[in-house]
Design a protein around this ligand. Sequence first.
Ligand SMILES: Nc1ncnc2c1ncn2[C@@H]1O[C@H](COP(=O)(O)OP(=O)(O)OP(=O)(O)O)[C@@H](O)[C@H]1O
Ligand SMILES: [Mg+2]
Length: 497
Amino acid sequence: MTAFPSIIDKYLETAEQVDPIKCVGHVVKVQGLLIESSGPQAVIGELCRIEVPRGKGVIQAEVVGLRKEVVQLMPYGDTAGIEVGSRVIASGRRLEVPVSKKLLGRVLDCMGRPLDGKGEIASRVRYPAAAPPPDPLKRKRITQRIATGVRAIDGLLAVGRGQRVGIFAGSGVGKSTLLGMIARNTNADVNVVALVGERGREVNDFIANDLGPEGLARSVLVVATSDESPMARLRGAYTATAVAEYFRDQGLDVMLLFDAVTRFARAQREIGLAMGEPPATRGYTPSMFDSMPKLLERSGASDKGTITGFYTILVDGDDMDEPVSDTVRGILDGHIVLSRRLAEAGHYPAVDVLGSISRKAQAVSGPVTREAAGYIRRLIAVYNEAEDLINVGAYHQGTNPAIDEAIAKKKGIDDFLVQGVDEKSSVVETLQVMGEIAGVEIPVEEMQSYQKGTFVLPDDSYQDAAGEDRPDALEEAAEQADTAGQPAADGGPEGVP
Ligand SMILES: Nc1ncnc2c1ncn2[C@@H]1O[C@H](COP(=O)(O)OP(=O)(O)OP(=O)(O)O)[C@@H](O)[C@H]1O
Ligand SMILES: [Mg+2]
């Protein structure tokens, strides 16, 4: 007798022991967004494929709830075509994003797949879309500023590398335009732009007008537009964050530009309500309040690199206390408020300097810079206070020296704060003008301290972005990552919280 039959027997025996119900289930109900199936055996967060009958393809879905034998799923796409009995096949894995330096210049969908028709991103390195934030005790402290190229921010609301800031504004006040300016002019090594829940038309506008070819070359865009399913919008936010984490793990300074957190929160609300969660304030369900810190805490500094985050928040009816604004404000290290009044007056970027705060501005600015910024803030406050009097001609010069000074410097301050979309301003230029307004000379040491690290003027960084002269760290790290096959053992995100 040969060994051949016994091997077959062994395989047959093993095959008989496998319970196929475990990885294949069947749809029993589709209600609105929620799909329920009997089986498969799966865990929360696991990806499943739902087969659309009659060869009409598959729909990706994620397990969001488990009740006895019923598995609740949320689709990444449209539910059209699914019927009772459609097969649901568990993948055994959660959403992972292929990452590599080749992502630069690319536009991805919510699952990290290319949307731009420039070919597959073949990478063996995959990062989990949902990952825990860096260990709080291992986070590097924020001590160095990052350039945004926007004078109002670099001058009066200095932001540190690894700081997370919210941009709060009503609709159409200039949030996206401001993000575009930062993307083009920042001295961060890499931009990751998350366009979550925005209008489809805005994506191409953002790429062509706000980012431009140079900005795009050193950016990665992750897009989940408003017409996509809430799951796609939710996971688009996670995917973008995972891409930023990959570049941070390479020791780089990453700029994460997120437009808009409000749409992320609304996607979470839609999912929560579909699953039967109780609505709380303004219909937001408890899962929104739970997922917000989990998303926002992932950016910031780690022990390797930094992710500086700018998150836009749409403020309904300019109400800064609505639940999303309130929750986000409590988590982030600063907020920039854009004022409709300023925008209407053509004062762009419409940054309400006095209503905004950067909690790390003091830590990343030198003493003379702080003095100059404080002086300008005081003059703006004095002018605003007296504005009505001044406008009706009730104020007479010489009555109050502080008001006289504020009036005298008003034009200089406005010229400083108003900045054209295409106008570039380095930190050094910004500080020089600020020093002139305040009548102080910002010492060279303070100026130089801003240039530490990788300050690159935009023209040079465009060359970097084209891959001709990239920072060594990025080259080396990317090569290592390409060959390593998986994230660094001690730093790469592992598992899903
Ligand atoms: N820096 C700027 N200079 C001149 N115009 C600007 C500037 N920023 C914004 N605008 C004007 O404001 C309009 C709206 O800007 P933007 O799309 O950035 O606003 P938004 O807050 O992102 O809007 P939404 O809430 O709809 O997403 C622009 O089309 C443009 O006309
Ligand atoms: Mg916008």
